[in-house]
Design a protein around this ligand. Structure first.
Ligand code: NDP
Ligand code: A1CAB
Length: 264
């Protein structure tokens, strides 16, 4: 299977690295395009895959084509490649807000489309991707693309109605988690810990906590309770977080994120 990327920025680079490392596809079977010469040179130098001078070259080469440009460029890029896409090719999108209906209207109702929402932890092969497809993509094709995407983390098929929710809970949420880590480290620095050490302690605590949720299957509330000794330190922190509205802040932020995606 030959894989192409139209656009090769943060998200595409993370995905390409994971795919190459998995050895499911060789560098010679992958191609990417970009807007600038600087990015094209970077693709060649840092990823070692084929570099396309135009988006048409990606379409000409690949069986599966990831549209990895910003959402505001989707319309013009689709208009540019629309006539060249064959019915046996699969278009995979990674932008928020672009529904299967919106995409089929522009790509053509006869085109195979998979709509996904990845996240940047793909960079360290710990990505989380939600994906859905139109009826022209067979279950076997969906499975093949899912396996490719599992080379940079976890991937799960969801109904399209949940893809906007995926943006809030995993597409954008790494940004909230980085803010949480930064804030915890700032507090540690304020209490005298060197900054680099503070990031390590805060990030490892988040990594370990996330692993506990995934590996024990226990309720996050029960895991929280395990940390809170009666009359201890943690419950004091929990009391202040509740007083400052931490849960509500996260819920409202995530709902604003989902709302924005639906409007795009
Ligand atoms: N960043 C994230 O956390 C996530 C992003 N996404 C989605 O991924 C997509 C890409 O985002 P991201 O990687 O962050 O964006 P970047 O800005 O990092 O990358 C966009 C890429 O598109 C290229 N590009 C722009 N216009 C064209 C064009 N006309 N033809 C070909 N290439 C073009 C740019 O080229 P050049 O480098 O030369 O400017 C660049 O390589 C977006 O739709 C975004 O919503 C989804 C989930 C998470
Ligand atoms: O901020 C954005 O629009 C993109 C989509 C999900 C993460 N980043």
């Amino acid at each position: 299977m030959k894989i192409g990327f139209i656009g090769c920025g943060n998200m595409a680079t993370a995905m390409i690295r994971g795919i190459l490392d998995s050895k499911k596809v060789t560098a010679g079977e992958m191609i990417a395009s970009a807007k600038s010469d600087a990015t094209r040179e970077k693709i060649s130098r840092e990823l070692g895959i084929c570099v396309a001078g135009t988006n048409s070259e990606v379409v000409d080469f690949a069986d599966v084509i990831f549209l990895a440009v910003k959402p505001q460029y989707y319309e013009e890029v689709i208009a540019e490649i629309r006539e060249e896409i064959r019915q046996d090719q699969i278009i995979v999108t990674i932008a928020p807000g672009k529904t299967l209906h919106w995409l089929a209207e522009r790509l053509g109702e006869d085109k195979k489309i998979i709509r996904t929402m990845p996240n940047t932890p793909a960079m360290v092969k710990e990505g989380m991707m939600g994906m859905c497809k139109n009826e022209l993509v067979t279950e076997e094709e969906m499975q093949q693309v899912k396996e490719i995407c599992e080379s940079f983390g976890k991937a799960e098929v969801v109904p399209e109605s949940l893809i906007d929710v995926v943006v809030g809970v995993s597409g954008s949420s790494p940004a909230y988690v980085f803010m949480f880590i930064e804030a915890m480290a700032d507090a540690a620095v304020a209490d005298g810990m060197p900054r680099a050490q503070a990031y390590k302690f805060a990030a490892q605590a988040v990594l370990g906590s996330a692993k506990m949720v995934l590996e024990t299957g226990m309720h996050p509330g029960a895991l929280k309770d395990m940390v809170c000794s009666p009359g201890g330190t943690t419950i004091e922190a929990v009391r202040v977080l509740e007083e400052k509205g931490m849960r509500s802040a996260v819920i409202e932020a995530s709902k604003a994120c989902v709302k924005k995606g639906r409007e795009m």
